[in-house]
Design a protein around this ligand. Structure first.
Ligand code: CA
Length: 505
């Protein structure tokens, strides 16, 4: 096989992926000559495939040929029909719980301990929670003033971040699914990077009240400002400035200390994936994840619609049946959620995914799951829940980059590893984001946006283990504040996007 032109993953695969654009009439393997031009990352048929014949990549049936496909043909998404979704009630649990994980190069990092316990902070931030969108305008004016007048006086503080969102009023607050946005906002307020300091801004007549956002003991004039209690704009700004200064004084005393990996919680997600994601970037992120878990850290992976087609693989890695039941419940909830909207999991892949050679959701799922490595799954979380266990955790969230990012922040991640094939400048204000790309061309194009390039695995210039160690070291350095990722350096921060499956009124 010509290693420089295409990659076949499993022995039983009848397709390979083009490493670069390949012209028609190119010999890609001993007896395989391309019939047409094959774009980079797209699939080449390695044998004649009859009508309704299986198309196999990762050793998994991606779908069936709609018409006969010739050896050397380009296979694109229009040529493949989607198989039925794997049934949830046939899952088997606990039969693939691998204990033999790679050792991490180090077992410590430098973070901020929190007064209430829990995971360590990776940054020192004044987070300002809000109950409702109505306060955003005033708060943003105040935060601008705080950054200009107060922040320079407190050198140990990284940032001041308002938790602005579209929830809080005009919503069916008692609908059963309202528990999801409410939980997300409650847990965001307690993020480990906020050092246990609570500052909340409410309007006064909203549905989502301060009492619903905060623990009873936290509802004091030291923590809460209600704008309708103030006499005009200037008094609002003065009150916000005064409270912020008190909190900044306390936060400024936080110091980094050496913590064990068991105090570290990180998240993983993909965005703008391509057919290389599953060969290069995701398996190396998975290798880094395995090392973190071996060292005692906690790693979340998410994105329900991107694991749904490989859910049996996730089920096998759940440590016991009890956990498997929670996994099945979350999956069923999501199947119903999509059904209510009259769509299914095929609504997930984007035009960019398809251009990047991902024909359908099954191919995307197989690549996506690779970022979870091989460790056993010890817990399954509903959207925005805080983990109660250490190790690898499936946090059920939508795959949308901003919604997944916000849910994982609510779960308390101190850092997110974001894997991309097509490229996105995505970033989060509450925790740093490290971007890993799947192709050399992506790194060349965006050399000042991509933190780690895994593309050299496809060209045979690096191994999954080598890039995995690079990602691991990058995680430790950025979490410890020794290094900023590009999105943090330029402050490329996406808005928070609260998952609200309940009705808007
Ligand atoms: Ca995503």
């Amino acid at each position: 096989m010509s290693a420089s032109l295409c990659i076949k993953i499993k022995k039983e695969d009848n397709v390979a992926v083009a490493i670069k654009d390949i012209k028609a009439n190119s010999r890609v393997m001993d007896d395989i000559v391309t019939i047409n031009d094959i774009p980079q990352a797209h699939k080449i048929a390695l044998c004649d495939i009859p009508k309704n014949g299986k198309i196999i990549r990762y050793g998994v049936v991606l779908g069936y040929a709609i018409d006969p496909i010739k050896k050397g043909d380009w296979i694109n998404e229009k040529m493949i029909s989607l198989p039925i979704m794997p049934p949830i009630d046939k899952m088997v649990f606990g039969i693939n719980t691998i204990k033999d994980l790679p050792n991490p190069p180090i077992l410590t990092w430098e973070g901020y301990k929190n007064p209430n316990g829990g995971y360590g902070g990776t940054r020192n931030i004044l987070g300002i929670s809000t109950t409702v969108q109505c306060v955003t305008g005033v708060l943003n004016v105040a935060v601008k003033k705080m950054k200009r007048e107060l922040l320079p006086k407190y050198p140990n503080i990284d940032d001041i971040v308002p938790i602005n969102h579209a929830y809080g009023c005009g919503v069916a607050i008692n609908a059963p699914e309202a528990k999801i946005p409410i939980r997300i906002l409650q847990n965001l307020a307690k993020h480990p990077n906020f050092g246990g300091q609570l500052m909340v801004v409410g309007l006064g007549c909203e549905k989502f009240t301060v009492e619903m956002l905060c623990d009873k003991t936290d509802i004091t004039p030291d923590n809460i400002i209600i704008l309708q209690d103030k006499k005009g704009f200037n008094e609002m700004i003065d009150a916000l400035m005064e409270m912020a200064e008190k909190k900044l004084n306390i936060l400024n005393k936080r110091k980094r200390e050496i913590l064990s990996l068991s105090d570290l919680l990180i998240g993983m997600q993909c965005g703008g994936s391509d057919a290389f994601s599953g060969i290069t970037a995701n398996p190396s992120a998975g290798y880094a994840s395995d090392m973190l878990v071996k060292g005692g850290a906690t790693v979340l992976f998410s994105e329900v619609t991107e694991v749904r087609d490989g859910i049996y693989l996730i089920g096998e890695r759940c440590i016991d049946k009890e956990l498997g039941k929670k996994l099945a419940t979350e999956m069923k909830w999501y199947d119903n959620y999509l059904e209510k909207g009259d769509v299914d999991r095929s609504a997930n892949p984007t035009p960019g995914n398809k251009k990047g050679g991902l024909s359908n959701i099954i191919e995307k799922a197989m690549g996506s799951i690779a970022k979870s490595g091989t460790a056993p799954i010890v817990e399954v979380l509903s959207p925005g829940e805080i983990p109660s266990k250490k190790g690898l955790i499936f946090a059920a969230t939508p795959a949308s980059d901003f919604v997944c990012g916000t849910c994982q922040l609510a779960s308390g991640i101190g850092l997110q590893v974001f894997i991309t094939g097509r490229g996105t400048p995505y970033g989060l204000a509450i925790a740093p984001v490290i971007k890993v790309c799947s192709r050399n061309e992506m790194k060349e194009q965006w050399s000042d946006l991509i933190d780690v390039n895994a593309g050299s695995i496809a060209t045979g210039d690096a191994t999954i283990e080598e890039i995995g160690i690079l990602i691991f070291n990058e995680i430790i350095d950025v979490a410890s504040g020794k290094k900023k990722s590009f999105s943090e350096k330029y402050k490329l921060y996406n808005d928070l996007c609260i998952f609200n499956p309940a009705p808007i009124t």
